[in-house]
Design a protein around this ligand. Structure first.
Ligand code: ADP
Ligand code: MG
Length: 269
Protein backbone atom coordinates (compact mmCIF):
# COMPACT_ATOMS: atom_id res chain seq x y z
CA UNK A 1 0.00 0.00 0.00
CA UNK A 2 1.80 3.10 -1.25
CA UNK A 3 1.67 6.78 -0.39
CA UNK A 4 -0.58 7.62 -3.32
CA UNK A 5 -3.27 5.40 -1.82
CA UNK A 6 -2.89 6.67 1.72
CA UNK A 7 -6.32 8.25 1.73
CA UNK A 8 -7.87 4.76 1.69
CA UNK A 9 -7.59 2.04 4.28
CA UNK A 10 -7.76 -1.60 3.23
CA UNK A 11 -10.84 -3.54 4.36
CA UNK A 12 -10.36 -6.90 2.61
CA UNK A 13 -9.25 -8.60 -0.58
CA UNK A 14 -12.31 -9.53 -2.66
CA UNK A 15 -10.80 -10.95 -5.83
CA UNK A 16 -7.50 -12.21 -7.09
CA UNK A 17 -6.59 -12.79 -10.71
CA UNK A 18 -3.73 -12.87 -13.16
CA UNK A 19 -3.77 -9.04 -13.34
CA UNK A 20 -3.27 -8.52 -9.62
CA UNK A 21 -6.06 -8.17 -7.09
CA UNK A 22 -9.31 -6.38 -6.27
CA UNK A 23 -9.59 -4.98 -2.76
CA UNK A 24 -12.36 -3.36 -0.79
CA UNK A 25 -11.18 -0.08 0.80
CA UNK A 26 -12.66 2.70 2.88
CA UNK A 27 -11.97 6.36 2.25
CA UNK A 28 -10.53 7.72 5.51
CA UNK A 29 -12.20 11.11 5.21
CA UNK A 30 -15.69 10.20 3.94
CA UNK A 31 -15.93 6.61 5.29
CA UNK A 32 -17.30 5.58 1.86
CA UNK A 33 -16.36 2.13 0.58
CA UNK A 34 -14.72 1.64 -2.83
CA UNK A 35 -13.14 -1.17 -4.80
CA UNK A 36 -9.52 -0.78 -5.89
CA UNK A 37 -8.26 -2.94 -8.70
CA UNK A 38 -4.50 -3.19 -8.29
CA UNK A 39 -2.76 -4.11 -11.52
CA UNK A 40 0.88 -5.10 -11.91
CA UNK A 41 2.21 -2.98 -14.78
CA UNK A 42 4.33 -4.83 -17.33
CA UNK A 43 7.70 -3.43 -18.50
CA UNK A 44 6.89 -4.05 -22.17
CA UNK A 45 5.58 -0.82 -23.75
CA UNK A 46 2.64 -2.23 -25.74
CA UNK A 47 1.46 -4.38 -22.83
CA UNK A 48 1.74 -1.30 -20.64
CA UNK A 49 -0.74 0.47 -22.94
CA UNK A 50 -3.12 -2.49 -22.63
CA UNK A 51 -3.13 -2.21 -18.85
CA UNK A 52 -3.72 1.52 -18.94
CA UNK A 53 -6.56 1.16 -21.43
CA UNK A 54 -8.82 -0.39 -18.79
CA UNK A 55 -8.59 2.72 -16.59
CA UNK A 56 -8.92 5.11 -19.52
CA UNK A 57 -12.00 3.42 -21.01
CA UNK A 58 -13.74 2.97 -17.66
CA UNK A 59 -13.11 6.63 -16.81
CA UNK A 60 -14.98 7.64 -19.98
CA UNK A 61 -18.16 5.77 -19.00
CA UNK A 62 -20.70 7.59 -16.92
CA UNK A 63 -23.95 5.69 -16.71
CA UNK A 64 -26.21 4.34 -13.93
CA UNK A 65 -25.66 0.80 -15.22
CA UNK A 66 -21.86 0.92 -15.41
CA UNK A 67 -19.57 0.71 -12.38
CA UNK A 68 -18.59 4.32 -11.64
CA UNK A 69 -14.92 5.27 -12.00
CA UNK A 70 -13.46 7.41 -9.20
CA UNK A 71 -9.75 7.82 -9.87
CA UNK A 72 -6.65 6.01 -11.05
CA UNK A 73 -3.04 6.37 -10.07
CA UNK A 74 0.27 4.75 -10.87
CA UNK A 75 3.45 4.20 -8.87
CA UNK A 76 6.19 1.58 -8.63
CA UNK A 77 4.92 -0.52 -11.54
CA UNK A 78 1.45 -0.70 -10.05
CA UNK A 79 -1.76 0.81 -11.37
CA UNK A 80 -4.70 1.37 -9.04
CA UNK A 81 -8.20 1.87 -10.39
CA UNK A 82 -10.58 3.17 -7.73
CA UNK A 83 -14.27 2.57 -8.45
CA UNK A 84 -17.70 2.27 -6.95
CA UNK A 85 -18.27 -0.76 -4.71
CA UNK A 86 -21.18 -3.00 -5.69
CA UNK A 87 -22.03 -4.71 -2.42
CA UNK A 88 -24.44 -7.23 -3.99
CA UNK A 89 -21.51 -9.12 -5.55
CA UNK A 90 -21.51 -10.46 -9.09
CA UNK A 91 -24.42 -11.93 -11.03
CA UNK A 92 -22.79 -15.38 -11.31
CA UNK A 93 -22.74 -15.71 -7.52
CA UNK A 94 -26.34 -14.50 -7.45
CA UNK A 95 -27.39 -17.12 -10.04
CA UNK A 96 -25.63 -19.87 -8.08
CA UNK A 97 -27.45 -18.82 -4.89
CA UNK A 98 -30.77 -19.50 -6.62
CA UNK A 99 -29.99 -23.25 -6.70
CA UNK A 100 -32.96 -24.41 -8.82
CA UNK A 101 -35.32 -21.59 -7.88
CA UNK A 102 -36.11 -19.70 -11.12
CA UNK A 103 -36.00 -15.90 -11.19
CA UNK A 104 -39.34 -14.19 -11.87
CA UNK A 105 -39.91 -12.85 -15.39
CA UNK A 106 -40.09 -9.32 -13.95
CA UNK A 107 -36.71 -9.74 -12.29
CA UNK A 108 -35.10 -11.19 -15.44
CA UNK A 109 -36.43 -8.34 -17.57
CA UNK A 110 -35.44 -5.60 -15.12
CA UNK A 111 -31.83 -6.82 -14.98
CA UNK A 112 -31.75 -7.46 -18.72
CA UNK A 113 -33.01 -3.95 -19.51
CA UNK A 114 -30.38 -2.49 -17.16
CA UNK A 115 -27.50 -4.43 -18.68
CA UNK A 116 -28.63 -3.50 -22.19
CA UNK A 117 -28.79 0.19 -21.20
CA UNK A 118 -25.23 -0.02 -19.82
CA UNK A 119 -23.94 -1.87 -22.88
CA UNK A 120 -25.68 0.55 -25.25
CA UNK A 121 -23.89 3.40 -23.51
CA UNK A 122 -20.56 1.63 -24.04
CA UNK A 123 -21.32 1.09 -27.75
CA UNK A 124 -22.48 4.70 -28.11
CA UNK A 125 -18.94 5.74 -27.06
CA UNK A 126 -17.59 3.47 -29.83
CA UNK A 127 -16.17 1.07 -27.26
CA UNK A 128 -16.61 -2.72 -27.13
CA UNK A 129 -16.63 -4.48 -23.77
CA UNK A 130 -15.56 -7.92 -25.10
CA UNK A 131 -15.91 -9.77 -21.80
CA UNK A 132 -19.58 -9.53 -20.89
CA UNK A 133 -20.50 -12.44 -18.64
CA UNK A 134 -22.39 -12.89 -15.38
CA UNK A 135 -19.11 -12.75 -13.43
CA UNK A 136 -18.39 -9.25 -14.76
CA UNK A 137 -21.85 -7.87 -14.01
CA UNK A 138 -22.32 -6.52 -10.50
CA UNK A 139 -25.26 -5.83 -8.22
CA UNK A 140 -25.63 -2.83 -5.93
CA UNK A 141 -27.26 -3.02 -2.51
CA UNK A 142 -30.57 -1.87 -4.02
CA UNK A 143 -30.49 -4.59 -6.69
CA UNK A 144 -29.44 -2.50 -9.70
CA UNK A 145 -27.18 -4.18 -12.23
CA UNK A 146 -23.89 -2.54 -13.30
CA UNK A 147 -21.40 -3.64 -15.95
CA UNK A 148 -17.79 -3.81 -14.79
CA UNK A 149 -14.35 -5.24 -15.62
CA UNK A 150 -13.18 -3.22 -18.62
CA UNK A 151 -9.96 -5.25 -18.71
CA UNK A 152 -10.73 -6.57 -22.23
CA UNK A 153 -12.48 -3.49 -23.61
CA UNK A 154 -11.25 -1.76 -26.76
CA UNK A 155 -12.16 1.04 -29.11
CA UNK A 156 -14.31 -0.02 -32.07
CA UNK A 157 -12.44 -0.45 -35.36
CA UNK A 158 -9.03 -0.21 -33.73
CA UNK A 159 -6.46 -2.80 -34.80
CA UNK A 160 -6.80 -4.19 -31.28
CA UNK A 161 -10.30 -5.40 -32.09
CA UNK A 162 -8.71 -7.86 -34.53
CA UNK A 163 -5.87 -8.97 -32.31
CA UNK A 164 -8.15 -10.74 -29.91
CA UNK A 165 -6.23 -13.57 -28.32
CA UNK A 166 -8.99 -15.26 -26.41
CA UNK A 167 -8.36 -16.04 -22.75
CA UNK A 168 -10.81 -16.93 -20.03
CA UNK A 169 -14.18 -18.62 -19.98
CA UNK A 170 -15.36 -19.68 -23.44
CA UNK A 171 -19.10 -19.96 -22.74
CA UNK A 172 -19.92 -16.40 -23.83
CA UNK A 173 -17.82 -16.19 -26.98
CA UNK A 174 -19.72 -15.50 -30.23
CA UNK A 175 -19.39 -17.79 -33.28
CA UNK A 176 -17.57 -15.16 -35.40
CA UNK A 177 -14.71 -15.07 -32.86
CA UNK A 178 -14.16 -18.83 -33.22
CA UNK A 179 -14.19 -18.16 -36.96
CA UNK A 180 -11.30 -15.66 -36.52
CA UNK A 181 -13.42 -12.70 -37.58
CA UNK A 182 -12.96 -9.37 -35.78
CA UNK A 183 -14.85 -8.65 -32.60
CA UNK A 184 -17.76 -6.26 -33.22
CA UNK A 185 -20.68 -4.72 -31.32
CA UNK A 186 -22.85 -7.76 -32.14
CA UNK A 187 -20.36 -10.05 -30.40
CA UNK A 188 -21.20 -8.19 -27.17
CA UNK A 189 -24.90 -8.74 -27.99
CA UNK A 190 -24.26 -12.51 -28.25
CA UNK A 191 -22.60 -12.48 -24.82
CA UNK A 192 -25.56 -10.61 -23.32
CA UNK A 193 -27.83 -13.23 -24.90
CA UNK A 194 -25.86 -15.84 -22.95
CA UNK A 195 -26.41 -13.87 -19.72
CA UNK A 196 -30.14 -13.49 -20.48
CA UNK A 197 -30.39 -17.25 -21.08
CA UNK A 198 -28.53 -17.88 -17.80
CA UNK A 199 -31.04 -15.67 -15.96
CA UNK A 200 -33.92 -17.65 -17.52
CA UNK A 201 -32.58 -21.18 -16.90
CA UNK A 202 -29.69 -20.82 -14.37
CA UNK A 203 -27.56 -22.67 -16.96
CA UNK A 204 -25.25 -21.76 -19.80
CA UNK A 205 -26.90 -21.98 -23.22
CA UNK A 206 -23.86 -23.66 -24.77
CA UNK A 207 -22.22 -26.36 -22.72
CA UNK A 208 -20.19 -29.39 -23.67
CA UNK A 209 -17.59 -31.74 -22.29
CA UNK A 210 -14.88 -30.61 -24.72
CA UNK A 211 -13.80 -27.37 -26.39
CA UNK A 212 -14.39 -28.88 -29.79
CA UNK A 213 -18.03 -29.78 -29.16
CA UNK A 214 -18.64 -26.47 -27.36
CA UNK A 215 -17.38 -24.49 -30.36
CA UNK A 216 -19.47 -26.65 -32.68
CA UNK A 217 -22.64 -25.95 -30.68
CA UNK A 218 -21.88 -22.20 -30.59
CA UNK A 219 -21.21 -22.06 -34.33
CA UNK A 220 -24.49 -23.87 -35.05
CA UNK A 221 -26.32 -21.71 -32.51
CA UNK A 222 -27.71 -24.92 -31.00
CA UNK A 223 -29.05 -24.43 -27.48
CA UNK A 224 -31.72 -26.21 -25.40
CA UNK A 225 -35.08 -24.39 -25.67
CA UNK A 226 -36.17 -22.08 -22.86
CA UNK A 227 -38.81 -23.38 -20.44
CA UNK A 228 -42.19 -22.99 -22.11
CA UNK A 229 -43.76 -21.00 -19.25
CA UNK A 230 -41.64 -17.97 -20.26
CA UNK A 231 -43.37 -15.38 -22.47
CA UNK A 232 -43.07 -15.94 -26.20
CA UNK A 233 -41.41 -12.53 -26.65
CA UNK A 234 -38.56 -13.61 -24.38
CA UNK A 235 -38.02 -16.80 -26.38
CA UNK A 236 -38.06 -14.72 -29.55
CA UNK A 237 -35.51 -12.27 -28.12
CA UNK A 238 -33.08 -15.05 -27.17
CA UNK A 239 -33.47 -16.54 -30.63
CA UNK A 240 -32.60 -13.19 -32.27
CA UNK A 241 -29.57 -12.65 -30.01
CA UNK A 242 -28.27 -16.13 -30.93
CA UNK A 243 -28.35 -15.60 -34.69
CA UNK A 244 -25.04 -17.06 -35.83
CA UNK A 245 -24.48 -14.34 -38.43
CA UNK A 246 -23.73 -11.11 -36.50
CA UNK A 247 -25.53 -9.09 -39.20
CA UNK A 248 -28.80 -10.85 -38.31
CA UNK A 249 -28.40 -10.13 -34.59
CA UNK A 250 -30.15 -7.01 -33.27
CA UNK A 251 -28.04 -4.09 -31.98
CA UNK A 252 -28.64 -2.88 -28.43
CA UNK A 253 -30.47 0.09 -29.85
CA UNK A 254 -32.82 -2.25 -31.71
CA UNK A 255 -33.32 -4.44 -28.64
CA UNK A 256 -34.19 -1.48 -26.46
CA UNK A 257 -36.52 0.16 -28.96
CA UNK A 258 -38.10 -2.75 -30.83
CA UNK A 259 -41.83 -2.99 -30.54
CA UNK A 260 -41.82 -6.53 -29.17
CA UNK A 261 -39.23 -5.95 -26.47
CA UNK A 262 -40.48 -2.58 -25.32
CA UNK A 263 -43.97 -4.06 -25.07
CA UNK A 264 -42.58 -6.90 -22.97
CA UNK A 265 -40.72 -4.47 -20.73
CA UNK A 266 -43.78 -2.24 -20.41
CA UNK A 267 -46.05 -5.09 -19.33
CA UNK A 268 -43.59 -6.52 -16.82
CA UNK A 269 -41.77 -3.58 -15.26
P1 ADP B 1 -10.69 -9.77 -13.43
O1 ADP B 1 -11.89 -10.53 -13.92
O2 ADP B 1 -9.90 -9.16 -14.53
O3 ADP B 1 -9.89 -10.58 -12.48
P2 ADP B 1 -12.63 -7.93 -12.20
O4 ADP B 1 -12.64 -6.46 -12.47
O5 ADP B 1 -13.73 -8.72 -12.81
O6 ADP B 1 -11.20 -8.49 -12.59
O7 ADP B 1 -12.63 -8.13 -10.63
C1 ADP B 1 -12.40 -9.40 -10.02
C2 ADP B 1 -13.47 -9.71 -8.98
O8 ADP B 1 -13.47 -8.70 -7.96
C3 ADP B 1 -14.90 -9.70 -9.54
O9 ADP B 1 -15.29 -10.92 -10.11
C4 ADP B 1 -15.73 -9.34 -8.30
O10 ADP B 1 -15.98 -10.49 -7.53
C5 ADP B 1 -14.81 -8.38 -7.58
N1 ADP B 1 -15.12 -6.98 -7.97
C6 ADP B 1 -14.50 -6.26 -8.94
N2 ADP B 1 -15.00 -5.02 -9.05
C7 ADP B 1 -15.99 -4.93 -8.13
C8 ADP B 1 -16.90 -3.87 -7.74
N3 ADP B 1 -16.88 -2.68 -8.33
N4 ADP B 1 -17.77 -4.13 -6.75
C9 ADP B 1 -17.79 -5.36 -6.15
N5 ADP B 1 -16.97 -6.36 -6.46
C10 ADP B 1 -16.07 -6.18 -7.44
MG1 MG C 1 -13.73 -10.16 -14.32
Amino acid sequence: WRRSMEKYSLVKVIGEGSFGRAVLVRCKSSQEKYVVKEIQLPKNQSKLENSRREAILLSRMKHPNIVAFREACEADELLWIVMEYCSGGDLLQRIKQQKSNQFSVDNILKWFAEMCAGAKHIHDQRVLHRDLKSKNIFLTDNGTVKLGDFGSACILNSSKAYAHAYVGTPYYVAPEIWDNKPYNNKSDVWSLGCVLYELCTLRHPFQASSWKSLILKVCRGAYPPLPSHLPYELQYLVKQMFKTNPKDRPSLHTILTSHRVSKLLRTHL
